[in-house]
Design a protein around this ligand. Structure first.
Ligand code: AQP
Length: 347
């Protein structure tokens, strides 16, 4: 389609986090902190989501845990700086158009596309026959989360890049099949020093809330002593830190700690190395602990304060869902109309 006829979409950001466990430093640096930056930049409408429908795809979560995780995640969003008046803050299952559009996208996406997803392969593991159908269809629901808002930009960590490419493929195929320019081809926003925060125990593995080892991650709810202990025990090598970025090549664990320091201190990796190059880890790790505690303690204490008033959290989510549906209901109606579904009439 030529530029003259292409639809202009409202600049709108959508992103989500699963309430599948407590928040990690990876979620904070790779996603949440950047959500706040995009909200504060004021250049886009911003919609942020607790994706509870996604959280039940991988393993069984008991109902009380899912409810607690969802409310805690909402508190985490607000404590990190998301303003529920400026951004639309929602819980996925309260906005039914996400799941309704996902069904349509299940019929657009191809089995082969889904089978290629590395997250599917990683999470299903060797026993794919026993994985849930929801885990297989996860990326179609993610595409629906984004496209039900006609979102133009999606800030995510590096691990979600492939899912965003699939979201673009779904939008392109839908537009092509129906001869419309209805869904935007969304741009991923993967930027900064911490797009892939790695496990503290293994520099080749992503820091993850569902890693069985608690020592592998920093949780947003960890106290100062726990953070210091986990960083002290973080796997490293015996060499001093380099002064140049190239010196971090083939040193996955050292690179990870420097990246974390850079993201927390809002400096580039080169600037950090100019400051700490030549230091041993025995000196650098306490610097990193102090910085992590200084940045995260205010967030975790604000989260705890917000969790004392769960009714207020529930009100915020209900209000967010109302605001969201003013966008999603018309987009779903138009989608059904494009597909040829007979609309209801007033009797
Ligand atoms: N280690 C990470 N480094 C940078 N970004 C990360 N994200 C997650 N881990 C890192 C980003 O956080 C957002 C929300 O992710 P999610 O919770 O929806 O799912 P996930 O990517 O599968 O995160 P986890 O912690 O690994 O969850 P589990 O263990 O439940 O699978 C995304 O933008 C993601 O890129």
């Amino acid at each position: 389609m030529s530029d003259e006829t292409a639809t202009t979409f409202t600049p709108r950001v959508f992103s989500g986090i699963q309430p599948s466990g407590g928040l990690t430093l990876g979620n904070y640096l790779g996603a949440m902190k950047r959500f706040v930056d995009m909200q504060d930049a004021g250049t886009h409408e911003t919609v942020y989501c607790m994706v509870d429908l996604h959280a039940i795809t991988a393993k069984f979560l008991d109902p009380d845990t899912l409810r607690k995780n969802t409310r805690e995640l909402c508190a985490g969003f607000i404590a990190a700086g998301i303003d529920p008046e400026t951004s639309i803050l929602i819980n996925q299952s309260q906005v039914p158009e996400h799941a309704q559009l996902a069904w349509i996208f299940n019929c657009v996406a191809r089995m082969g596309w889904m089978q290629r997803m590395t997250q599917w392969k990683d999470k299903a593991g060797k026993n794919q026959q026993n994985a849930s159908l929801g885990l297989f269809a996860y990326p179609a629901l993610m595409a629906a989360d984004i496209l039900i808002y006609h979102a133009t930009h999606v800030p995510v960590g590096e691990d979600q890049k492939q899912h965003l490419e699939l979201t673009r493929d779904i939008a392109i195929k839908f537009n092509h099949d129906y001869g419309v320019d209805f869904f935007p081809v969304t741009e991923p926003v993967i930027e900064g020093a911490a797009t892939r925060v790695m496990s503290l125990r293994d520099g080749s593995k992503k820091m993850s809330k569902s890693d069985p080892s608690d020592a592998s991650r920093i949780n947003l709810t960890d106290d100062a002593d726990t953070i210091a202990k986990k960083i002290r025990k973080a796997k490293t090598d015996p060499d001093a830190l380099p002064s140049e970025v190239d010196g971090l090549q083939d040193r996955a664990e050292a690179r990870n700690l420097v990246n974390i320091y850079a993201a927390l201190s809002e400096q580039s990796v080169a600037e950090v190395l100019a400051e700490v190059g030549g230091k041993q880890f025995g000196e650098f790790k306490p610097m990193l602990s102090d910085l992590a505690v200084a940045k995260m303690a205010p967030i975790s204490s604000e989260m705890a304060r917000l969790m004392d008033d769960q009714a207020e959290i529930d009100r915020i989510l209900t209000r967010g869902a109302e605001r969201a549906r003013a966008i999603t209901a018309p987009i779903l109606r138009q989608t059904y109309d494009i597909i040829g579904m007979v609309p209801p009439v007033t009797l």
